[in-house]
Design a protein around this ligand. Structure first.
Ligand SMILES: [Zn+2]
Length: 157
């Protein structure tokens, strides 16, 4: 469909709770937009609110040929008691990073792009990515959870 503009922190749509998807066919175009848009930037995940659509749709692609997920109406089923802190960034807050504590493991369920219910168990970076993107659907930004924030320096200057 199209490459969309990724909205930045401060935009109202990043702070709204997104709506459940009733019919997978209604979001086929949105899924394509998320794929097209993520392909143009240096990132591993994009949630619909980041392209100004408040629907519960996420696209994740690590670019490793293995970790690619469309998550529609995702729900967190379980998180590990064990947590860890690591650096996170967000395409909606460029040139920043923050230290965020999250569960090491997570189990989620979601519909895939064919409307089939899938369960995923993830750990480490993928678990972090799932939780970061699901937060976007609740209007939560990682800056809300970060214990420390850093501004990045453009090394090309
Ligand atoms: Zn983000």
């Amino acid at each position: 469909m199209a490459v969309k503009e990724i909205v930045q922190l401060g935009a109202e749509c990043l702070r709204q709770v997104s709506q459940e998807v009733d019919n997978i066919d209604d979001v086929k175009g949105l899924i394509k937009d998320l794929k097209d848009t993520l392909a143009t930037v240096d990132g591993i995940g994009l949630a619909a609110p980041q392209i100004a659509v408040n629907k519960r749709v996420i696209y994740i692609n690590f670019g490793d040929g293995e970790n690619e997920y469309v998550l529609v109406n995702p729900k967190v089923l379980k998180v590990s008691k064990k947590t860890h802190e690591d650096y996170e960034g967000c395409l909606s807050y460029v040139m920043h990073e923050g230290l965020v504590e999250r569960p090491v493991k997570v189990k989620i369920e979601a519909l895939n792009e064919n409307g089939e219910k899938k369960v995923y168990e993830a750990e480490d970076l993928l678990a972090r990515c799932f939780l970061h993107e699901i937060d976007h659907l609740e209007g939560i930004m990682y800056v809300d959870r970060a214990s420390e924030m850093y501004e990045l320096v453009d090394e090309e200057e």
